[in-house]
Design a binder for this molecule. Structure first.
Ligand SMILES: Nc1ncnc2c1ncn2[C@@H]1O[C@H](COP(=O)(O)OP(=O)(O)OP(=O)(O)O)[C@@H](O)[C@H]1O
Ligand SMILES: [Mg+2]
Length: 464
């Protein structure tokens, strides 16, 4: 049962210059109780995360049978990093999104969520009793689950209830859109091989071909299901479950692999693109015929977020209906680029500084976010890499003038104060390119391709 809390009293009790200790004991611990954790289901202060001497202010988890979290202190579910309203000198602590303190605290909760003793933690909260934000961890990815919200007496109980509803019903899937505002960079190829390698790691994967060119559907040699994506876009009553078809992997002779009962083994599920989606390349038509326009795909995919571990969306290049819908429906955007294609590097910056913030603004729930870019499909000579890095430096400096820090998205390993210009890359492989003709993703055909895509999921997605 949820305790009734008099939030007016709670908020009135915290002075404007409250220290971290005061905010934590008078606000944050009350918040955690309101989220449904009893006193013996939370550890406070200081839960050791298992990474060096790092500790997070609070950890919480429901008791399981006789195992009381307060005593066993293992397998936390929720971590909370509390801050004060002001420091000892009286200077205010500002946790509003984009401020230095916010950025640092966000990095802090991210680090804690990925620490050895927090592998079971799925949620993280940062708050100083003025601002609050919830984050979700999925594998190695930490994403905002709410916007960073300013607390007041009239919204606090709604915020707490909303956060409670999220943490009580954690979605299973991470939805990933593979996008760059530049063509031919390997969006479709990445989607297919990513799905295959995740499947090899025993993850349940759904791939969505949200491109009317139908490259992905054609590459796998698939036909549409009983209901098409296009039906679902125009008719809100269409049964979305019936759009799903199975990709069945065949051997060299085209014979499907079977299990010991002779049943065809399907490798991942696909929502294919249908030919009649072509008409929605006309933006005006898409907006007039599809209820909720670019927001509709997110609704279509809702029934699947509790079923799959990953939902991967392939979309076309232009920033119009298809791509806007795909980014809107996603938790994260994975951006393939080419080191020798300056346009793809510049376009990646546009995606991060312009398109994603545009969608984020409309969605209002803190997402989506971009993952660091990667180089796809080229052999990279040292001199070419130097040229690419010079260009990236220019892109980063330009964005800085506009108040945007691109460093974590281009050279993520540089952010710890070290100057490390590494960008993950998938080299060019003939088997990767030829896979389109055999209708089988390269990961299933070639050991080297498999190793490279294993590297990709280790770098970006899996925390094991
Ligand atoms: N790692 C790789 N090695 C070799 N060839 C690759 C690699 N990645 C992609 N390709 C090839 O590059 C071409 C473009 O790739 P792909 O179709 O995946 O790009 P895209 O971004 O989806 O293109 P579009 O903008 O048309 O949707 C294809 O012929 C593909 O086979
Ligand atoms: Mg494509």
């Amino acid at each position: 049962m949820m305790t009734t809390i008099n939030w007016n009293e709670v908020l009135d009790s915290i002075p404007d210059n409250a220290s971290e200790a005061i905010v934590n004991s008078q606000f944050t611990s009350v918040l955690i109780e309101a989220l449904g954790f009893t006193k013996n289901e939370m550890l406070f202060p200081q839960f050791p995360t298992g990474r060096g001497a790092d500790t997070v202010d609070f950890a919480a988890r429901k008791n399981i049978g006789t195992d009381k979290f307060l005593f066993s202190g293992v397998d936390p579910y929720l971590l909370v990093e509390g801050k004060g309203r002001a420091i000892a000198t009286g200077a205010k602590i500002n946790l509003a999104e984009g401020t230095p303190k916010y950025n640092a605290t966000r990095e802090q909760i991210k680090k804690y969520l990925l620490s050895p003793k927090c592998q079971t933690a799925q949620w993280g909260i940062i708050t100083n009793g003025i601002h609050i934000q919830l984050f979700r961890r999925h594998g190695k990815v930490v994403i905002p689950a709410t916007a960073c919200t300013l607390i007041n007496k009239s919204n606090i109980s709604a915020i707490v209830q909303y956060i409670k509803s999220l943490i009580d019903n954690p979605p299973k899937a991470l939805t990933v859109c593979i996008y760059n505002n530049k063509g031919g960079v390997g969006k479709t190829t990445t989607t297919l091989n990513l799905a295959s390698i995740l499947r090899k790691q025993k993850k349940n994967v759904l791939v969505v071909d949200f491109d009317s060119q139908r490259d992905l559907t054609r590459t796998l040699g698939l036909e549409v299901g009983a209901i098409t994506l296009s039906d679902c876009l125009t008719d809100t009553k269409a049964n979305v479950i019936q759009t799903v078809v199975h990709f069945i992997h065949t051997d060299k002779h085209g014979k499907p692999y079977t299990d010991k009962h002779g049943k065809h083994l399907h490798f991942f599920d696909v929502i294919p693109s249908s030919e009649d989606m072509e008409e929605f390349t006309d933006q005006r038509l898409a907006e007039s015929k599809i209820q909720k326009g670019a927001k509709r795909l997110r609704d279509i995919l809702k029934p699947f977020v509790d079923k799959y571990d990953y939902i991967l969306i392939d979309c076309p290049t232009q920033w119009l209906f298809f791509s806007q819908s795909s980014v809107y429906a996603s938790d994260v955007v994975l951006i393939p680029t080419k080191h020798n294609g300056l346009a793809s590097l510049h376009n990646a910056a546009r995606v991060i500084t312009q398109f994603i913030p545009e969608i984020k603004q409309v969605r209002g729930d803190g997402g989506p976010i971009a993952l660091p870019i990667f180089f796809n499909g080229e052999k990279i000579a040292a001199t070419a890499l130097q040229t690419a890095n010079q260009e990236i430096e220019k892109i980063i400096n330009q964005a800085k003038k506009d108040g945007f820090n691109l460093l974590p998205y281009y050279w993520p390993k540089s952010t710890t104060g070290k100057d490390i210009k590494t960008i993950f890359s998938i080299p060019s492989y003939a088997t990767v390119a030829n896979a389109a003709f055999s209708h089988i993703p390269a990961v299933f055909l070639n050991k080297i391709a498999l190793e490279h895509y294993s590297g990709l999921i280790k770098e970006y997605f899996l925390n094991e």
